[in-house]
Design a protein around this ligand. Structure first.
Ligand SMILES: [Fe+2]
Length: 288
């Protein structure tokens, strides 16, 4: 069956038909999906029914997987799977507590020494209301800056830290285990604000509005203001695709060219459970 990519009504995203994630793709099929992943940023595979083993096998074709380090989020027996949602003892959510609250835009694992090139989320339980995932196109975010801004931003080095995530989660009233997001300087990583996609050479902004805590050489308050203003531009609605989850949806995205953010849902009355596999970067992050 031929694979079809149907673009979403947004600057990013495409729905994919003619492909089951139960099967490990051939090298030719992998090349087709990988090219489409860069082109569309987000690929939606509706109507899937896959086991953890099948999700892992499909994901590993894209590269080595990052093991889940947080105990409450690890699927028993499957360290490659990170369980997002509220079906276990401790909710795993990176969303505001209330509608209209501040989102947590990010690229997965940007605060790690080896970030994620791509992520795959598979939905097992979804809320009746809320719990969407927003994606924003960082090619568009860069391309729509002025030439002066582009030249300036290409010089900037951004500091990322799990401390930024922890502060956000505390601020939203979510319980966190201090061991999950340590705050030492040794946990900080620095990446260029503008990165080049290795497949195409296109430039994309690379940051998160909570996890990015500073800019090298800048006072902290100026860096925070800059990141807040940059988020307003980069993650504006016109650059977004909103995914409203259905059970059986698998969504694969390219962390090198999109940011994403979860929207809130009622943690007490709704049920949300998604399995994520996280594919590591295998190439250096370069600015030009
Ligand atoms: Fe994420």
């Amino acid at each position: 069956m031929k694979i079809r990519f149907e673009p979403c009504d947004a600057v990013i995203g495409a729905r994919v038909s003619g492909l089951s994630l139960e099967t490990v793709p051939s090298p030719e099929t992998f090349a087709e999906i990988d090219a489409a992943l860069e082109k569309f940023g987000v690929l939606i595979f509706p109507g899937q029914a896959i086991s953890p083993e099948q999700q892992i096998a499909f994901s590993e074709v894209f590269g080595p997987l990052a093991p889940t380090e947080r105990d409450p989020a690890r699927l028993d027996g499957y360290p490659e799977i990170f369980v997002v949602g509220n079906t276990r003892d401790q909710p795993v959510t990176f969303a505001p507590a209330d509608p209209g609250g501040e989102l947590e835009w990010h690229s997965d694992h940007i605060h790690r020494k080896r970030p994620a090139r791509a992520s795959l989320l598979y939905a097992l339980d979804v809320p009746a209301a809320g719990g969407d995932t927003l994606f924003a196109c960082m090619y568009q975010a860069f391309d729509t800056l002025s030439a002066t801004q582009q030249a300036h931003y290409e010089q900037l080095q951004v500091i990322h830290s799990p401390a930024g995530l922890r502060a956000y989660l505390h601020g939203q009233g979510h319980q966190t285990n201090p061991d999950d997001y340590r705050t030492g300087k040794e946990d900080e990583v620095v990446w260029p604000l503008v990165r080049v996609h290795p497949l195409t050479g296109r430039k994309a902004l690379y940051f998160g509005n909570q996890v990015s805590i500073g800019i090298v050489g800048w006072p902290d308050d100026e860096a925070r203001d800059f990141i807040a203003r940059l988020t307003e531009h980069a993650c504006q609605e016109a650059f977004q695709y909103r995914h409203r989850w259905a059970v059986g949806d698998a969504v694969l995205w390219d962390n090198r060219r999109v940011l994403h953010a979860g929207t809130p849902y009622d943690l007490k009355t709704e049920r949300r459970r998604l399995h994520r596999t996280t594919i590591r970067e295998t190439e250096p992050i370069v600015a030009v």
